[in-house]
Write a protein of this length. Structure first.
Length: 178
């Protein structure tokens, strides 16, 4: 089974998708088979960002196989959708050395953490670093607690979009988090 990481964010606009794209691009240089998976999509018909991730990963996985469920399907039957997500993820993981899971773009951190826990994969938390350092730290602490409540674990934090003037202060504020 592949090693995987679930990229999640507590809010929209954090640059989570940019982090996912960068991670895929970086891993393709050091890992033979990089897979991509999106648990939630708006439509099975078109997902331009998933298509971009798949193209960058070099994976032969068709777009339709890299999708867990649509939001409409999830809202109609959450438990069946969760089972479909787990099944679709496992099929992708069997064919790859590493799988990057691009969590939903909606600010549904608890749901993303629940899915990560059911997949048995750790979470890479992406937060906006464009706030005051204390606010960034608070956002990370609250988010990590929410992830833990859903029985998932945070293995790394990216404070994205940090302002140049506060970048070092944000790094210091996040130092020592467990």
């Amino acid at each position: 089974m592949a090693r995987s990481i679930y990229i999640a964010s507590p809010a929209a606009g954090t640059g989570k998708s940019t982090v996912a794209l960068g991670l895929v691009s970086t891993l393709t240089k050091v890992v033979a088979k990089v897979g991509v998976f999106r648990p939630f999509v708006t439509s099975r018909q078109a997902d331009p960002f998933l298509d971009l991730l798949l193209a960058r990963s070099g994976s032969a996985t068709p777009t339709s196989a890299a999708i867990g469920t649509t939001w409409d399907e999830y809202h109609a039957d959450p438990e069946e959708s969760l089972a479909a997500i787990v099944s679709a993820y496992r099929a992708v993981a069997r064919e790859h050395d590493v799988v990057i899971i691009d969590g939903s773009g909606n600010p549904e951190l608890a749901l993303n953490a629940r899915v990560a826990a059911n997949l048995g994969v750790p979470v890479l938390l992406v937060v906006s670093g464009a706030a005051a350092p204390e606010e960034v730290r608070s956002s990370v602490e609250v988010s990590m607690a929410e992830i833990a409540t859903e029985h998932a674990r945070t293995v790394a934090v990216v404070a994205n979009k940090c302002l140049p003037a506060t970048r070092d202060a944000v790094a210091r504020a996040l130092g020592g988090l467990d």
